[in-house]
Design a protein around this ligand. Structure first.
Ligand code: GLN
Ligand code: ZN
Length: 758
């Protein structure tokens, strides 16, 4: 008999109960016992959902109060020294300190989990580090489920992935040096799980879909040898891509089962089947990364191929990866229309899909014919729906040629024309776009959405905010102003809501990190722009001042990467459609007299494929989309872009190929080190390296900023440097913003008197 399995369920709760409880706990508004009660209730509820859906294999330890990587870190006792000596188990407060920092100890670093928008806490390693079993979480949760009569399959992040995702704090330390130290702790834990009654344990090793070094490959052999001797049977889970050249490694490891992602890489099935031997095979057939309803017939085709090769008893049907990356329950969406709803599946609906596939395998498709027919019908209807296809968009895209991707003149010529118009000083000062989204701003927005504040009053309120903000920036002596983005809730949602082809949920929350959740838009159809989106705001802001006001747009790649994207055409195609819409907006801003326009590409790097070999193709279309959005303007119009991360070395060529007149980037925390990449490449255009870390409430003093600017001017010619913060200021408060901006302006002035103009 084939089993229906799950790899992980979203833990935030359908109503974000976990987020709310955690934040109350942090604010001391509820007790720890109360927070733990909410956690327990959610775990029980989610196990119940899975049991109710008819799943035979249900995970435990997929719950987390913050992050599953941090859970493993705590379990292995890998608490960095600055959080104090920990005796006995790592308690919840230490755990939260590691994630969030304390006044004395900065938080552990956080970074993106593979190519998702989930962020994990990066393990830190030191030379000679010791590990020990320092948490009973996995065991406790297994026992909890047992009390409900469920024997779960606990999930542990595997040792090779856990180490590979971490960072050695000593320069010569390779995290894999610590493998031998870590394995006994894993073995101890596995032994305890076995004693408690766990027959199987799911070992997540997603790094198996990445390019691996020989050392990592060897580590897998050593690690799985130890783990497989420890007791329970092991289901080795890989996801987010195909095994590729690691396929023979993965199928040679001494484990009892292998999970593969057949949504991202269906082509690997036959090769895996040929090598699976007597192991179990878990087929990741239902997309755990996107919100579309599965095409059950094609899933069943793949499953039947597997059954033909190895029989039903060793086959499991599962989502492609943990369902952490999709919203909890479509049934909560009361405002989506029926047509759109019929195309979608969230976590709970995906469980049903998994279960029905298993039934079809075991009892024949006829046994569940109705469900299958409904799925086929919905998918057919979606393909044919006029809401998806807009012939005008296709027509327009087919006419896009190389000249649409190229500015009229090269940068050197544009620079001269722009300099004449704007007459900026050297080291011109500006900001990245948003100013504080105060409680008042958020309150007004919420009131307007609820209908408690009419549109007119809301607009008047936003105008007043904008006006104050412009007046403040003039007074502060900034050279290039922004309107402040008070009308925007989110830099993607704001645009998505005004574009055709986008849908929004009310409760479609997905965990981004810790208690932070996002509600990604759903791009379901051809994208087009019914009308201007930002022009009135910019025109108004510009009418208030003689200084240039920089238009503020989100770029096509970022809009794409932060949305659920349609799966019926390549991402690149959807991206080009968004680019055309943004291009129209850029041109309308220009026509409205806005001379500088910033197109934010905060998430360009995030979209990099997991395998190096795929980078070039991605960067090619991503840069092409940006250029399509940006190139429809006169030479005199200055295009800015902004990126908020600090790793550019490996994508410098692509960044330069975007050909923005000015790029602002995050640098202050890296002490300008990343500018080396720009210097080494001889980046030709203007750069604003952030001199103020806006992620921290600290007000940097002018000397520190001047210092950073001096460092920057050693690698980038002074006449090409701008002075700005690392990112937008929407999460900051006004008092710190005012002090920091005053220091920033002072630092620029100091540089001007020290470094003579061109
Ligand atoms: N313009 C945006 C802002 O200032 C950019 C934010 C971002 O890059 N994440 O908020
Ligand atoms: Zn940013």
């Amino acid at each position: 008999m084939a089993h229906a399995a799950n790899l992980g369920f979203p833990r935030i709760g359908a109503k974000r109960e976990l987020k709310k409880a955690t934040e109350y706990y942090w604010k001391n508004e509820i007790s720890r016992a109360e927070l733990e009660r909410v956690g327990l209730e959610l775990r029980r509820r989610h196990w119940g959902h899975q049991r109710q859906a008819g799943l035979g294999i249900i995970p435990s330890n997929d719950f987390s109060f913050y992050d599953q990587v941090l859970d493993m870190t705590a379990t292995l006792g890998a608490v960095p020294e600055r959080f104090g000596p920990v005796e006995g188990d790592v308690d919840l407060d230490t755990y939260f300190d590691m994630a969030r920092g304390t006044p004395e100890a900065p938080a552990m670093e956080m970074t993106k989990w593979f190519d998702t928008n989930y962020h994990y806490i990066v393990p830190e390693f030191t030379k000679g580090q010791r590990f020990r079993l320092a948490s009973s979480k996995a065991l406790d949760e297994f026992k909890e489920a047992r009390k409900m009569g469920l024997t779960t399959r606990p999930v542990l992040l595997g040792p090779v992935s856990w180490l590979s995702l971490g960072k050695g704090k000593a320069p010569s330390l390779d995290p894999l040096d610590l493998l031998e130290e870590v394995l006994p702790v894993y073995a101890e834990l596995l032994g305890k799980l076995k004693d408690a009654g766990a027959e199987w344990v799911q070992i997540d090793e997603p790094v198996l879909v990445l390019d691996l070094s020989d050392r990592q490959k060897d580590a897998f052999k050593t690690a799985m040898q130890t783990l497989s001797a420890a007791g329970p049977k092991l289901m080795l889970a890989t996801y987010f891509g195909g095994l590729g050249d690691n396929l023979s490694l993965a199928t040679s490891l001494p484990v009892d089962g292998l999970h593969i992602d057949l949504v991202r890489a269906p082509e690997q099935l036959d090769d895996v089947l040929a090598r699976i031997a007597d192991r179990h095979l878990s087929l990741g057939l239902v997309d755990g990364r996107n919100v579309w309803r599965a095409d059950l017939d094609s899933c069943l085709d793949l499953a039947e191929r597997a059954v033909k090769a190895i029989g039903t008893d060793r086959v499991e049907i599962a989502p492609s990866c943990s369902l952490l990356h999709v919203p909890v329950d479509l049934d909560q969406e009361k405002t989506l229309d029926d047509e759109l709803r019929s195309w979608l599946a969230f976590a709970r609906q995906k469980l049903d899909e998994v279960a029905v596939l298993a039934t079809a395998l075991n009892e024949g498709r006829e046994a569940v014919a109705d469900t299958f027919d409904a799925s086929v019908k919905a998918n057919k209807a979606r393909k044919a729906s006029p809401r998806i296809h807009n012939p005008a968009v296709a027509e327009r895209l087919s006419k896009v040629g190389p000249s649409d991707l190229t500015r009229q003149s090269p940068y050197a010529e544009r620079r001269v024309k722009q300099a004449k118009i704007f007459e900026l000083p050297t080291f011109p000062t500006t900001t990245i776009g948003s100013f504080p989204q105060t409680r008042d701003v958020r309150k007004a927005r919420a009131a307007n959405r609820r209908g408690d504040m009419d549109d007119q009053s809301y607009e008047a309120f936003l105008k007043a905010q904008t006006k104050d903000c412009i007046a403040y920036q003039e007074e502060a002596g900034l050279d290039v102003l922004v309107h402040g983005e008070f009308e925007r809730n989110d830099m993607v949602e704001y645009f998505g809501e005004q574009l055709d082809g986008f849908a929004f949920t009310k409760q479609g929350w997905v965990q981004s990190y810790g208690s932070r959740c996002v509600k990604p838009p759903i791009i379901f159809g051809d994208v087009s722009r019914p009308g201007p989106m930002t022009v009135d705001w910019l025109r108004y802001a510009q009418s208030l001042t003689d200084k240039p006001v920089k238009g503020m747009l989100t770029g096509p790649v970022t809009i794409l990467n932060w949305s659920f994207v349609r799966n019926d055409q390549p991402r690149s195609e959807t991206c080009r459609q968004i680019a055309l819409a943004i291009r129209d907006e850029v041109q309308d801003l220009e026509a409205a007299g806005i001379g500088m326009i910033q197109i934010d590409e905060a998430a360009l790097r995030e979209g990099l494929p997991l395998r190096r070999a795929d980078w070039e193709a991605y960067l090619d279309w991503a840069v092409g989309a940006f250029r399509l959005a940006a190139s429809g303007v006169r030479d005199e119009t200055q295009i800015h872009t902004h990126m908020c991360y600090s790793e550019f070395n490996d994508i410098m060529k692509a960044i330069a190929a975007m050909d923005a007149d000015v790029i602002s980037i995050e640098t202050s925390r890296s002490d300008m080190e990343l500018l080396d990449a720009f210097a080494a490449y001889e980046y030709p255009n203007e750069i604003g390296p952030g001199v103020w870390d806006i992620h921290s409430p600290r007000v940097p003093d002018a000397d520190a900023m001047e210092d950073l600017l001096r460092k920057a001017s050693r690698v980038v010619p002074a006449e090409r440097l701008w002075v700005n913060p690392d990112c937008g200021l929407k999460t900051r408060g006004w008092p710190e913003v005012k002090s920091s901006i005053a220091h920033l302006v002072a630092a620029a002035q100091a540089m001007r008197s020290a470094v003579p103009a061109e």
